[in-house]
Design a protein around this ligand. Structure first.
Ligand code: RB5
Length: 155
């Protein structure tokens, strides 16, 4: 799988070992930065990863910050992305099965590395469940209705 990954300074520590581990599993990794743990702004990296996934230049995205929250808020603004902060393997499984999630946002400060590995296994190996979930995900992705009035009125 082609995977785009990015972090901020708070998530940086887990990024190099995760890249090495994912590469050893045969995945192709696009490292969207940063290259050091110097203080930086998480939206810059969330946006890069999200756009690669939205443009289908990557199959999935992984983002790491202190909590994973700012990354998810940012990534979800890019049309085509379904991002969420995930802190348990069970939620990662459901995020794939029910929501067809394509960008996972992890906590580098509050989730231990080994748990993030378990979370990523679920994220990468669990297929979308389809069936009753398909129409719901389609409703999430609908872009023609105005976000404010709910009508396709071009406003
Ligand atoms: C950085 O201090 C922190 O705010 C950031 O890593 C992230 O947790 C934001 O959601």
């Amino acid at each position: 799988m082609k995977i785009a990954i990015g972090s901020d300074h708070a998530g940086f520590g887990q990024k190099p070992p995760l890249i090495a581990w994912l590469s050893s599993l045969g995945h192709e990794i696009i490292d969207c930065g940063p290259s050091t743990d110097s203080r930086c702004d998480y939206p810059d990296f969330a946006d890069k990863v999200a756009r690669l996934v939205a443009n289908k230049e990557a199959d999935r995205g992984i983002l790491l910050c202190g909590t994973g929250l700012g990354m998810a808020i940012t990534a979800d603004k890019v049309p085509g992305v379904r991002a969420a902060t995930i802190v348990t393997p069970h939620f990662a499984h459901l995020f794939r099965e029910h929501n067809n999630g394509n960008v996972i946002c992890l906590s580098g400060r509050f989730t231990p590395y080994e748990i993030n590995q378990e979370i990523l296994k679920e994220f990468l190996e669990t297929p979308f469940g389809g069936g009753r979930h398909t129409g719901r995900v389609d409703k999430i992705m609908r872009e023609d209705d105005c976000a404010f009035c709910g009508v396709d009125a071009g406003c």
